[in-house]
Design a protein around this ligand. Structure first.
Ligand code: PEP
Length: 266
């Protein structure tokens, strides 16, 4: 399965726990100054700020009619109720979020999120007509032991459990090997392609070819402007989930403009 053209590339910047709402406005403005219509025609470009920044980012993007998309980094598995500190999908939808991450490795590691919980979050996100970005990926130990394809498949099956083919077709899956996140160690394009292709094949096996052809599959892990072109040359990689480099507007724009490594708009 090598057809790529129908899938519009997506570059999403995961700001993690960086930037207060003033800093978020400044970073969004810098992106807005640099990115032009042609960039957005070629690629969907999203920012995923912390919860406390979302209203400011939404107001700026909507007020200035920017073409940036935005979303959140996590969501509660509950509809609403006595869950101190949690944020519901309904709240995020009201803030205009188009995307919500589910199952980022930092949530799996530091908050002990398992596939059943992540699946419940994916369903909440879909219930509110937002797009889940389901993150999957293996640790260094698993990579070295060789069971990474099986592990990623189990994470994928768990995260997508009970969804319809139409829901899966509209989703985004991000393959993020844990050993490449924030480490500066990027997977080779061939390594990334191997797993992204396996993800697409698994979706095809469960939901059919048409579904698998629709699902966007991103790579994430130390993506920078200079390694993005080779990653995007792989047939099953439809974009990038970007952590550290998304905090640097010049670098992030360079990633979005991967078709022209010198950084000019496409
Ligand atoms: C991430 O946090 O999703 C990520 C890919 O981080 P980084 O780009 O910093 O490796």
């Amino acid at each position: 399965m090598t057809a790529k053209p129908a899938r519009k590339p997506l570059v999403a910047g995961n700001w993690k726990m960086h930037n207060n709402h003033f800093e978020a406005i400044a970073l969004t403005q810098k992106l807005a100054f640099t990115l032009v219509d042609r960039d957005f025609v070629a690629t969907d470009i999203a920012v995923l700020p912390p919860f406390t920044d979302l209203r400011s980012v939404q107001t700026l993007i909507e007020g200035d009619r920017l073409r940036l998309l935005w979303g959140a980094q996590d969501v509660s598995e509950h509809e609403d109720g006595a869950y101190t500190g949690d944020i519901s999908a309904r709240m995020l939808a009201k803030l205009g979020c188009q995307f919500v991450l589910a199952g980022h490795s930092e949530r799996r590691q530091y908050h002990h999120e398992d596939d059943a919980l992540i699946n419940a979050k994916v369903k909440r996100i879909l219930d509110r007509a937002m797009t889940p970005i389901l993150c999957v990926g293996e640790s260094l130990e698993v990579r070295r032991a060789g069971g990474y394809l099986e592990l990623v498949q189990a994470q994928l099956d768990g995260g997508l459990d009970g969804l319809t083919a139409a829901q899966v077709a509209g989703m985004v899956v991000a393959y993020e090997p844990v050993w490449a996140i924030g480490t500066g160690e990027v997977a080779t394009p061939e390594d990334a392609q191997e797993v992204c292709q396996a993800v697409r094949k698994r979706i095809s096996a469960v939901h059919g070819d048409a579904t698998a052809t629709g699902t966007r599959i991103l790579y994430g892990g130390s993506v920078k402007a200079d390694n993005m072109p080779a990653i995007m040359a792989e047939p099953d990689i439809d974009g990038a989930l970007v952590g550290g480099a998304s905090l640097d507007p010049g670098e992030f724009v360079g990633i979005c403009r991967y078709r022209n490594p010198r950084g000019a708009s496409p």
